[in-house]
Design a binder for this molecule. Structure first.
Ligand code: ADP
Ligand code: MG
Length: 708
């Protein structure tokens, strides 16, 4: 913390500590809300508003709406809730007309007792509910009214409600914002170009901020609370615009970089198609064309290939690698797990054989001479295709001529890892792949600088997977079902969750489960156990045996979550399904249903399910549609979690809400991309201000977005 205000580029960058009435202690609390500077404080747009224009008398305050009353504390204290014995803090407040109570279920006794002394004048605001024959507030917002605050807080106003953190009160927040506005509001410069305001029906940004922090008393509170006021629209647009402007700038830069133009090689494509044991789907053919067209261009490709689990992304990636190899370049494919890297290696090897093209594998398990040999062949430029895990990005591994890079299951890698692989070549083309269908809003933000290809169709003859939700009581039925499928010579996955802090315990569960399955099925079928701690060769041999159907039941921790492809498996049993996230469940289910056989996914779940878990399981049993599942996942977890914002390297939204503001996002994106098209380097005089804003909004992260 500073003693005197440091020199900053603009007064708005002044640490919030120096706002009148803040100081180091409050600044620490504000930091928890990601508020560090005066500007951050202005961007902290209220969550909602309370209407204090009308203070009701206690007798007439209506039930079921957000209301405000003022009265005197008549009694206060703790009582115990009937059956549970839980402590409740209650006060009764009265005015000339009657009495009303307020209750708290979470509180600190000493604090509450001190606050609500008999006779204290208080303001209570919140929803009034009816309980038996009394009316009450539950966890209301409160103000202790002395002479001064009464005039400030209570008098005929619409008041903002800010996000808070422990030890920071609504009243304090309002005061801080007011003080900083008085001190620094004048330095706020509208950033959006004036002609935008008219074109996109926006308000003056400065006025919008002022209005949202200090709403005039004649404003419509409902419109404010719906976030649909023109002021909201303006600030949301502003936020999206500068995000998209950064992305557009980055994309424009990419286009002007020198890259590799891979000429289209018809012969390779035709030969590859002939080798495949199936015909490519129309969607696979379409995305192949898109990618190859992009590869022909003389600047670096940066493309996301999106396709639901089992849609056949691997062969598409391989076909593209072949194009690059045919022009004399090296290629690499990075996968998040050893099992998946090994599987890709097997698949690719088989497909490449007829071409006489070798490929190499690098994982942490590959050591000694084998590793050295691979290093040598990569460095000399001989090795055309290298497949690997994170081991691919080690410093020792160098390529003579890396021209094309594939990152499979890209969401499992961090930005820096993707960037590291990219740097192994000289502006290589990049294809990142994901099975998580990203809702459009997110695609336009998180992947706004990438081009996107989508495989929106599964190979012919796939049957929708039947999903069932079982509880422990139905275990017999589960075994019966498994047995029926096993008798048809099909195979079964049984997956246990892996929770980091109790890895040992989970392993024990999986081990016990595998013992039980051996007792039940062992006389007829082979059961194996696969988990992350096994040495690599053993993992490989187990996967190998499962693929070759020597093992019929594979018990595993979630190491099989992504990518694993064993088309003969028709049953996926997920134990403790309530512990898995939606996208994980969808990925796990995607391990089956990869052939023309009917497949089943059985979710074994505990009865004590949290609300979120219930919702997840319900969606899983309702739909196989990865797109719908992703949207629900987004709704449950929110965009930050869903994307892993840390991983995406993007600024966080302060006002905008990706789930709700799609229309504004589209407008802002269009505006940003049009502007960059006209002025790709932001050289024009009237755009100079944007550079500064971009720098402060993106906080140096602009270079990091996505792959490069
Ligand atoms: P994902 O997109 O989940 O990575 P994969 O690439 O692993 O899917 O493909 C899933 C399975 O479907 C593999 O066994 C693959 O060989 C097979 N496959 C891919 N394309 C087709 C197709 N056009 N017709 C039939 N099977 C296909
Ligand atoms: Mg895959």
């Amino acid at each position: 913390m500073y003693k005197t205000p440091p020199k900053t580029d603009t007064p708005l960058a002044t640490p919030v500590q120096f706002v009148k009435g803040v100081g180091p202690a409050l600044a620490k609390k504000l930091a928890r809300l990601n508020v560090f500077t005066v500007e951050d404080l202005f961007s902290l747009i209220p969550l909602r508003y309370v209407d204090r224009r009308r203070i009701y008398s206690v007798a007439e305050v209506p039930v079921g709406k957000e209301m405000t009353v003022i009265g005197q504390v008549m009694s206060s204290g703790i009582y115990l809730l009937g059956r549970s014995g839980k402590q409740v803090f209650q006060i009764v407040v009265g005015d000339k007309t009657g009495k009303i109570s307020a209750k708290w279920f979470h509180f600190r006794v000493s604090y509450m007792k001190g606050l609500f002394q008999i006779g204290t004048k208080v303001l209570l605001a919140g929803e009034v509910t009816q309980f038996k024959n009394t009316r009450q507030f539950i966890h209301p917002e409160i103000e202790i009214l002395d002479q001064e605050s009464e005039s400030l807080e209570a008098g005929g106003k619409i008041l903002p409600v800010y996000p808070l953190t422990e030890g920071l009160y609504q009243k304090t927040m309002r005061r801080i914002v007011r003080n900083s506005w008085e001190g620094f509001g004048k330095y706020l410069r509208p950033a959006l170009p004036l002609d935008f305001l008219e074109r996109y029906n926006l308000a003056d940004p400065w006025e919008s901020i002022a209005l949202l922090h200090f709403p005039a008393s004649d404003i419509d509170v409902d419109v404010l609370n719906s976030r649909r006021s023109q002021a909201h629209r303006t600030l949301i647009f502003d936020e999206f615009f500068f995000l998209e402007l950064g992305l557009a700038l980055k994309k424009a830069k990419m286009v002007r970089q020198e890259g590799i133009a891979f000429p289209y090689n018809e012969e390779v494509v035709t030969r590859f198609a002939k080798i495949l044991p199936f015909e490519l789907t129309a969607a696979q053919k379409r995305v192949l064309q898109e990618i190859q067209h992009d590869m022909e261009k003389p600047y670096p490709m940066n493309r996301l290939l999106q396709g639901d689990v089992g849609s056949g992304k691997t062969v598409v990636a391989l076909s593209c690698c072949l194009q690059a190899i045919a022009s004399g370049y090296q290629t690499a494919i990075m996968a998040p797990t050893e099992i998946l890297a090994e599987q890709h290696y097997q698949t690719m090897q088989a497909f490449l054989k007829p071409f006489g093209i070798p490929c190499g594998l690098i994982t942490s398990g590959i050591k000694g001479e084998e590793r050295e040999k691979l290093y040598r062949s990569c460095r000399s430029g001989e090795m055309p295709l290298t497949i690997g895990t994170h081991a691919l990005i080690q410093d020792e591994l160098e390529f003579a001529k890396l021209g094309f890079v594939v990152i499979d299951e890209q969401h499992r890698f961090g930005v820096l890892q993707r960037q590291a692989l990219h740097k192994k070549g000289k502006s290589p083309d990049i294809l990142v792949m994901t099975a998580t269908p990203i809702p459009r809003t997110l695609a336009l933000t998180a992947y706004g600088d990438l081009d996107i290809s989508v495989i929106d169709e599964l190979p012919k003859g796939r049957k929708p997977i039947t999903t069932r939700l079982y509880s422990e009581k139905q275990r017999e039925r589960l075994y019966e079902g498994m047995s029926q499928e096993l008798k048809k010579n099909h195979q079964v996955f049984v997956v246990y969750p892996l929770i980091e802090e109790s890895e040992k315990l989970d392993l024990k569960n999986a081990t016990e489960m595998s013992e039980e399955l051996k007792r039940i099925f062992g006389s007829q079928f082979k059961v194996a156990l696969l988990h992350g701690r096994l040495p690599v060769p053993q993992k490989e041999s187990i996967m190998h045996d499962f693929k070759n159907q020597k093992v019929q039941i594979l018990t595993a921790t979630s190491v099989v979550e992504v990518g694993v492809d064993c088309p003969n498996a028709t049953v996926m049993v997920v134990e403790h399904a309530e512990r898995f996230g939606l996208s994980q469940l969808h990925q796990l289910r995607g391990r089956v249903g990869r052939s023309h056989f009917q497949s089943y996914c059985i979710l074994m779940a505990d009865y004590r399910r949290s609300e979120d878990a219930k919702r997840r399981l319900k969606i899983m049993s309702e739909t196989n549609d990865g797109f719908r599942i992703a949207e629900e996942d987004l709704a449950i977890r929110g965009p930050g979690e869903f994307l892993g914002t840390r991983q995406a390297g993007m600024p966080e939204f302060r006002v905008a809400d990706l789930a709700k503001d799609m229309d504004i996002l589209n407008l802002a994106r269009k505006a940003a991309f049009e502007l960059i098209e006209k002025d790709p380097d932001l050289k024009l005089l009237e755009h100079q201000a944007f550079r500064q804003i971009l720098r402060s909004r993106w906080k140096g992260k602009l270079e990091l977005v996505q792959v490069s």
